[in-house]
Design a protein around this ligand. Structure first.
Ligand SMILES: [Zn+2]
Length: 233
């Protein structure tokens, strides 16, 4: 793994659900915003099907609010929701169009998303179908956004996306988050209703430090987040 280059100004992080970015990536976001970079979040859904016993019409607004608070903790002010239905996101042209339009609006140098592998690791559980749909569509939408003949109704093309970085999976790059993991933990803690809904004794601090500590072993620092780079040219 190499250190992820930091010679860029604007990133857009795209995921399926509120909390996806807070399970690790937010510690890296805190580092970037601390350097004066601009980071925006785009979420495909409100995560309205995410809390057992709480109906979607109550859960959606609650989780959207929690996501905005989580984002603010790590210096992110722009949080957009695309309005897809939680659990039913499909890879396809409509999703690619909405993502390409978001990239054309926000004009990032770098795009960040999450693993779209079928499983979490070799023997891990099946990755959520929304994650698989969104991650793959993000990579394709980076190219779509640059092509003036694809989705011409979605705004003028943006040709600045250099790389997409996919969190977890089989990383090629890392971000040293030793100085910002506390902000990452605080960001995850903002998902109060969701974490309460999980019940049990989940500890955001212990969870994030274990994960980032493990990646840090390979990176040569105390805490790190790993990304796989997909160059866009
Ligand atoms: Zn998710």
């Amino acid at each position: 793994m190499q250190p992820m280059p930091e010679d860029w100004e604007r990133a857009v992080a795209v995921v399926a659900h509120p909390d996806d970015l807070e399970y690790g990536v937010a510690s890296a976001v805190a580092r970037w915003t601390g350097q004066g970079k601009e980071v925006a979040y785009v979420l495909a859904t409100q995560g309205e099907a995410g809390i057992a016993g709480l109906p979607p019409d109550k859960t959606g607004p609650l989780r959207e609010e929690e996501e905005r608070r989580s984002a603010a903790v790590v210096g992110v002010r722009t949080v957009e929701f695309l309005g897809y239905r939680d659990g039913l996101v499909e890879y396809g042209v409509p999703l690619r169009r909405d993502l390409a339009a978001a990239f054309r609006r926000l004009n990032p140098d770098v795009v960040v998303t999450m693993s779209f592998d079928l499983t979490w690791g070799e023997n891990g559980p099946v990755n959520h179908s929304d994650h698989r749909a969104v991650g793959l569509a993000v990579l394709d939408a980076c190219r779509d956004a640059a092509n003036e003949w694809v989705f011409p109704e979605a705004g003028p093309p943006c040709r600045g996306i250099r790389d997409a970085y996919v969190a977890f999976g089989d990383p090629t790059h890392f971000v040293d988050v030793t100085a910002t993991i506390d902000a990452g933990v605080a960001s995850l803690r903002e998902h109060r209703a969701y974490l309460e809904g999980l019940g049990g004794d989940f500890d955001p601090d212990e969870f994030l430090r274990n994960m980032a500590g493990f990646t840090g072993l390979g990176a040569g620092c105390e805490y790190a987040v790993g990304f796989r780079r997909y160059p866009m040219s």
